[in-house]
Design a protein around this ligand. Structure first.
Ligand SMILES: NC(=O)c1ccc[n+]([C@@H]2O[C@H](COP(=O)([O-])OP(=O)(O)OC[C@H]3O[C@@H](n4cnc5c(N)ncnc54)[C@H](O)[C@@H]3O)[C@@H](O)[C@H]2O)c1
Length: 322
């Protein structure tokens, strides 16, 4: 298949590209290299693909109708994996308009261009944040997702609904995958685990929000990538599908695991909960199992071990404590 990946220079995008190329697909990457974090990191992701065949980079913005039309006119695209957008809950409270522009307007331009080009397969990167604040239980795709607590979550929910509308109006086949906190080597530098590993290695205090009992269903990036790749092969109709690990851990458990893996300890500085954060996420992954034969295989300790090794190989760091 020839697959277009929007946001292909990002954390998940370049990991996915590597996997799809090794599976024999041809991949076109679209990315605008914005400064949501240091664009040099995104260029490093691109560099890491240089040894592989059958991919090309098209630098541009998904909101740019002319650019997107040219991309679809110049290439015979079988399907699109749409990862481009602004990610992160807290930053979305600082700049909500930019989140709606990239995530909703950008998705609308992409959908319109796909319709005009007759491309019928789409996988969209949505987020567990659409479920809002929940006290317990697992999150099912049939649960309400109408009480978002951040502009980011609302923008993802709006984009899901745009996809659903294109399915109804124009017969687009779309799987909206709701990712649960993705981690692994080259995780975005603004995300919690990346920051904690950096703070542990550089001897800085770790800044934490809440009381340590908040829980996240951390999901290893290779498991997410496998789920996405099955989704683009099997996409049919319109479906919302959770991709998580179904195994939430508390913030305190996460810190303990990181201290074990890095063999380091630093002071913990506690702050009150941030607006927009949710206390708890827990994916019900039965639908993903059924439709995608999805089965997460990397547990948190092993995933963190790989992430710490990757960090140590790529950064200057302090010697370990005895
Ligand atoms: N990482 C997670 O835990 C997580 C969880 C849920 C959902 N998601 C979603 O998955 C997708 C990928 O996440 P990631 O962690 O790899 O983020 P990322 O920021 O590393 O990747 C997103 C990429 O999209 C590009 N981009 C942004 N706006 C663009 C535009 N208008 N035109 C072209 N390119 C644009 C960015 O330059 C970036 O390279 C995002 O949509 C994110 O919201 C991620």
């Amino acid at each position: 298949m020839t697959i277009l990946i929007t946001g292909g220079a990002g954390f998940i995008g370049h990991t996915l590209t590597n996997y799809l190329l090794n599976q024999g697909h041809t991949v076109l990457l679209v990315d605008n290299f914005n400064d949501s974090y240091d664009p040099a990191i995104k260029w490093q992701h691109i560099e890491s693909l240089r040894h592989l065949p059958n991919w090309s980079l098209l630098q541009g913005d998904i909101r740019d109708k002319r650019f997107m039309r040219q991309v679809f006119q110049a290439n015979a695209i079988d399907g699109v994996i749409h990862l481009a957008g602004l990610a992160g809950v807290r930053a979305s409270l600082q700049n909500p308009a930019a989140y709606f522009d990239h995530n909703v307007n950008g998705t609308a331009v992409l959908l319109d261009t796909m319709r005009n080009a007759g491309v019928k397969r789409l996988v969209f990167a949505s987020s567990s944040s659409v479920y809002g604040v929940r006290a317990g239980g697992t999150f099912q795709e049939t649960d309400s997702a109408e009480d978002s607590v951040s502009p980011y979550a609302l923008s993802k929910r709006a984009a899901e609904r745009l996809c659903q509308q294109h399915h109804r109006l124009y017969g687009l086949n779309v799987f909206c995958l709701r990712f649960f906190t993705v981690y692994g080597p080259q995780q975005r530098p603004d995300m919690a685990i990346s920051r904690f590993i950096h703070q542990l290695h550089s001897g800085q205090p770790i800044c934490l929000f809440g009381d340590g009992r908040s829980q996240r269903d951390y999901t290893y990036v290779d498991d997410i990538v496998l789920g996405i790749s099955r989704a683009i092969e099997r996409v049919k109709g319109f479906e919302l599908i959770n991709l998580g690990s179904a195994n939430p851990v508390t913030l305190l458990e996460l810190i303990a695991l990181l201290e074990q893996q890095t063999k380091r300890r630093v002071p913990l500085n506690w702050f009150t909960d941030q607006p927009g954060d949710v206390p708890y996420t827990h994916a019900d992954i039965r639908k993903a199992r059924q439709l995608l034969d999805y089965q997460p295989t990397t547990d948190l300790a092993e995933g963190l071990r790989r992430m710490v090794i990757s960090y140590q190989q790529n950064h200057v760091y302090l010697p370990a404590l005895d």
